[in-house]
Design a protein. Structure first.
Length: 335
């Protein structure tokens, strides 16, 4: 049985640790609030870029460019080298946040050779793991996941798009963590390049159908899958019948406008992922610190009971020794 001094040392040590976990919980809660505010500010820009792409692709579904994939299925997709952008944290003590992102990345590259993929890791935790374990990591792509900014997202985006334009990558996927609510997080994989044209057109069709209460024939056909693509004429005809204007000139060209929209969409997605991951990491750290504090309190209660039990045993032993000594003295005096 441990002595009272040993138990007191453990109690003091746990109390010191609790001060740290409570402080980290408070810091994470403040960072989470700021991250949520940034996320709310980001959404209009991200939705705007998506809507701009969807509207233009709906009018020009047959437009061909390396940024767009017009196929419905990926069955015949030939990819020589795929890039994975993996978002992790710079620090640990965030529950399963980093583990889940790393696990998802490992599942995606499973069965691939080093020549068939390249990892672009955001955050020191993931970068150290993949580098130390011999995975194909881009050494020039070194970015922090803390304090996300649009400037950093744009630098990251331009670097990746440049590799894609130079055909060093055939496809770019992003692996990040989405915070569904205060207790649930989900690790997601999204395709950034090339963009699936039919997905944007489908979203636009749903929006048109909702706005027109189902009166748009082209939108209904796209949503139901009767037609996967439409020429501009079908949209112009509907717009003319409604007295609207569905076509407008592009300057300097349609290609340039769509390329710019893709760049903005890519940057918006990267910034959104940075902010989303920042919020998810702080939320995971809050839950981890709360769990650590709760566990510490439970251990303290057990140690307190153990301390009282040991102290009681010591007092009982001391009383027994005093009584025994007193009896021995009485016997000695009688003799």
């Amino acid at each position: 049985m441990a002595s009272t001094k040993e138990i007191l040392n453990r109690i003091n040590s746990i109390q010191d640790t609790m001060k740290i976990t409570r402080a980290m919980y408070m810091m994470s809660s403040m960072k989470l609030r700021k991250a949520k505010e940034k996320l709310a500010e980001t959404e209009p820009f991200f939705i705007g870029t998506q809507k701009g792409l969807a509207e233009n692709l709906a009018h020009f579904p047959d437009f061909r460019h390396i940024y767009f994939d017009n196929r419905i299925e990926d069955d015949h997709e030939t990819i020589k080298r795929r890039g994975f952008v993996v978002f992790t944290g710079d620090k640990g003590m965030a529950g399963a946040y980093n583990h889940n992102a790393i696990k998802m990345a490992l599942e995606r590259i499973s069965g691939m050779t080093k020549d068939e993929y390249k990892l672009f890791v955001v955050g020191e935790t993931g970068r150290v793991f993949f580098t130390n374990n011999g995975y194909n990591v881009d050494e020039n792509f070194k970015f922090s996941s803390n304090n996300p900014t649009m400037h950093r997202a744009r630098i990251m985006s331009e670097y990746l798009i440049d590799l894609y334009n130079r055909e060093e990558l055939d496809r770019i996927d992003i692996i990040y963590t989405k915070m569904l609510n205060s207790v649930t997080e989900e690790t997601c994989v999204e395709r950034l390049l090339p963009l699936k044209t039919h997905k944007f057109i489908l979203e636009q069709a749903k929006e048109i159908e909702a706005d027109t209460e189902g009166k748009s024939k082209a939108a209904v056909e796209m949503k139901e899958g009767v037609k996967h693509v439409h020429s501009i004429n079908s949209y112009e005809l509907e717009a003319i019948q409604k007295g609207g204007d569905s076509w407008f000139p592009f300057y300097p060209s349609l290609k340039t406008v769509l390329e710019k929209l893709v760049h903005n969409h890519f940057t918006a997605f990267m910034y959104g992922a940075l902010v989303e991951c920042s919020a998810s990491e702080e939320n995971a750290r809050m839950m981890a610190m709360q769990a650590a504090t709760d566990n510490a309190e439970a251990i303290l209660r057990e140690l307190s009971i153990e301390y009282n039990r040991v102290r009681q045993a010591q007092i009982t032993q001391e009383i027994t020794e005093v009584i025994g000594g007193a009896k021995a003295l009485k016997k000695k005096k009688r003799r």
